[in-house]
Write a protein that binds this ligand. Structure first.
Ligand SMILES: O=C(O)CCC(=O)C(=O)O
Ligand SMILES: [Fe+2]
Length: 337
């Protein structure tokens, strides 16, 4: 018998089937119906579960049953080679009271980038790992293109799609969670909003991801072998900004919201997840397009340098702010530390 409460069991994030769609062939009844469902889900929750058949259970198995466990089992000094000048863009781990480790394959599924990462970890080569990462990430890249395009279309700015795509970078983060040290809260990753544009989360068997609703309830995202979870990040919120979408990220009755989420592990098993993310290019400026600004919707965020924001967000100074994002680029909004 499950120990979940009635409320937790009955709430779930929307599910949208995008299996039959091709990012380079937008349009048609099926596309438009799916786009309406995606737009509604992102307005309400900032996320949804995408069923996407090209990401087959076989591709997921070859990533999680072999590649991820082999990577995370490497000695620490090898994993530390996955370094980056930008905060949280390479190896993450060794955080006090947090049994969590994670590495990032920058620019996956580009074969040369994945090969470079593989060589860094296994100088003798590891074609099985490289191929599993490329095969797993390719459909995720298509899925992300579909959702990016649908978002721009749903706001009538599809003409910005090509320039938007060329202003962003991608990466695959592979993570392992041990059983949380705090047996009471069972929190494995504290609640947060992703700073990037979009994250697609693939949970492997063991659940943990939870998303906060506008009413403040936590919804458990149950892993399924056929779906992945698509989430909006803060930078997209700036691109597609809503008049009311400030400080508390309240339900805006309109535009998109970047959802607050966390990882909570209730069982006694470890957990793997893979996150495919898009973010603005290194040192690029994130700016709400003029198309979204008018008298009723004044600019809410100053144009900001994404890399500089990442540095601020994770600095001692940034951590002291209630909402480092608003402090960094909010216009006329509360900035109290
Ligand atoms: O592992 C997960 O399910 C989500 C992790 C997450 O939210 C993050 O790394 O930002
Ligand atoms: Fe996150």
């Amino acid at each position: 018998m499950s120990s979940l409460t009635f409320t937790e069991q009955t709430q779930q994030i929307p599910i949208v089937n995008l299996s039959e769609l091709d990012p380079s062939l937008p349009g048609g009844d099926q596309w438009e119906a799916a786009r309406a469902a995606v737009a509604a889900a992102l307005r309400l929750h900032g996320c949804f579960d995408a069923i996407y058949a090209p990401l087959s259970p076989e591709l997921r198995d070859s990533l999680f049953c072999h590649a991820v466990s082999e990577l995370l089992a490497l000695p620490l000094e090898v994993k530390l080679r996955n370094s980056s000048d930008e905060p949280f863009q390479g190896y993450i781990g060794q955080i006090p009271n947090m049994p969590y480790e994670s590495l990032r394959v920058d620019s996956a599924p580009s074969p040369s980038a994945v090969e470079e990462f593989t060589q860094l970890m296994w100088p003798q080569g590891n074609p099985t790992f490289r191929n599993a990462v490329i095969a797993f990430t390719r459909p995720l890249q298509d899925l992300m293109k579909i959702v990016h395009r649908m978002i721009l279309e749903s706001f009538g700015v599809e003409s910005l799609y090509e320039s938007f795509q060329s202003s962003i970078s991608h990466g695959l983060r592979l993570s392992e969670y041990g059983v949380p040290f705090d047996k009471e809260t069972k929190i494995a990753m504290v609640s947060h909003i992703d700073p990037n544009l979009m994250t697609i989360v693939c949970q492997h068997e063991v659940e943990g991801l939870e998303v906060k609703t506008a009413d403040g309830d936590w919804i458990k995202v149950v892993p399924s072998p056929n779906s992945v979870t698509v989430m909006i990040g803060q930078a997209f919120q700036v691109h597609i900004v809503g008049k009311f979408d400030v400080l508390d990220r309240a339900w805006t009755n309109g535009r998109l919201r970047a959802p607050v989420h966390r990882v909570k592990m209730t069982g006694d098993e470890g957990r793997f997840s893979a996150l495919y993310g898009s973010r603005p290019n290194y040192n690029s400026i994130v700016q709400t397009p003029e198309e979204f600004i008018n008298e009723e919707n004044p600019r809410l965020y100053r144009p900001y340098n994404y890399t500089e924001y990442m540095k601020f967000r994770y600095s001692d100074e940034g951590k002291g702010h209630k909402d480092p994002f608003i402090s960094f680029c909010g216009i006329g909004q509360e900035t109290t530390a």
